[in-house]
Design a protein around this ligand. Structure first.
Ligand code: G3H
Ligand code: ZN
Length: 291
């Protein structure tokens, strides 16, 4: 199946009152696991590579992006490739010829006016190069090892009227909203501000994106979908599955040498996590059209 486009997958999800899952990948094993997990669920999926993952790969985006794009193109379900949490103009410009159909430009840490100006310029560039673009207003905490934001701190929630003006002023195609989730949570104990989500969904015409979804229990993920979230970003849950599979294997096999022994278990564990989370999101939304 040819590489899908993020904009198409998100638009179809939003129109059908469903959500598409977007998983952060760091290694080729992550990408293979996401594809396998989505194939088992029989659902489309988005592979995403963050700026931090690019930094981990010595600042080079193309080796992993091209491998992921190829895995996506050979998948039995529609799979798109997205560049996530970009702050660098240089990396943004590399997105156009590395297989990505979309980018999330992240200036959420800046004051409102600066976020708007920087995001408008990124959106103009992205659209001129055929890329769908997501941005963030109100800061989803926990990025780069930061502690989760105080839920009541200024900027820790997205104001609906600010968001309307931000979307109109920037021309972005989707908006990541701060409604109570936080990045890099290793326990599924977060809860969302469902009243705020309802106000955002009623105010904004663009699809809404949830970040930091690993910290949400199944019921909150399902409620996010029924509340109007159309793209659900998940990263830490995969690393939890991967690391725990490797830790268990090495604990039982202290003299292990062949990395394929534990990476295959890690890949299988991640694929199981992907399928389970896609099923939670799918069961919450309206049934997809058959055929
Ligand atoms: O953009 C990526 C995500 O927001 C993933 O967050 O690692 O907390 O699931 P997470
Ligand atoms: Zn995020």
């Amino acid at each position: 199946m040819p590489l899908a486009e993020t904009g198409t997958l998100v638009a179809a999800a939003a129109a059908g009152h469903r959500a598409v899952a977007a998983f952060n990948i760091i290694t080729l094993e992550h990408a293979e696991a996401v594809v396998t997990g989505a194939e088992c669920a029989g659902s489309p999926v988005i592979l995403q590579i963050s700026e931090n993952a690019v930094k981990y790969r010595h600042g080079r985006v193309r080796p992993l992006a091209r491998a992921a794009a190829q895995a996506a193109a050979e998948a039995g379900v529609p799979v798109a490739l997205h560049l996530d949490h970009v702050t660098s103009g240089r990396l943004l410009r590399e997105a156009a010829d590395a297989g990505f159909s979309s980018v999330m430009y992240d200036a959420a840490h800046l004051p409102y006016a600066e976020n708007l100006a920087a995001t408008r310029s990124a959106a103009d560039w992205a659209h001129a190069h055929g890329l769908w673009i997501e941005a963030e207003l109100g800061e989803v905490g926990g990025k780069d090892g930061a502690p989760p934001l105080d839920a009541h701190a200024p900027g820790a929630r997205t104001d609906p009227e600010d968001a309307r003006a931000f979307v109109d002023g920037t021309g972005v195609d989707a908006l990541a909203v701060a409604i109570g989730s936080s990045h890099a949570m290793t326990s599924r104990t977060a809860s969302l501000d469902h009243g705020l989500l309802a106000r955002l969904a009623g105010t904004l015409a663009v699809p809404l994106v949830l970040h930091g979804s690993s910290g949400l229990p199944d019921g909150e993920l399902a409620a996010a979908v029924t509340g109007g979230i159309a793209k659900v970003n998940i990263g830490t849950a995969l690393n939890l599955a991967m690391t725990s599979a490797i830790r268990d294997y090495l604990a039982a096999n202290a003299d292990a040498v062949d990395s394929r022994k534990y990476l295959s278990l890690a890949r299988r564990a991640m694929a199981g996590t992907v399928t389970a989370l896609i099923v939670v999101l799918r069961d919450a939304g309206e049934p997809a059209p058959v055929g």
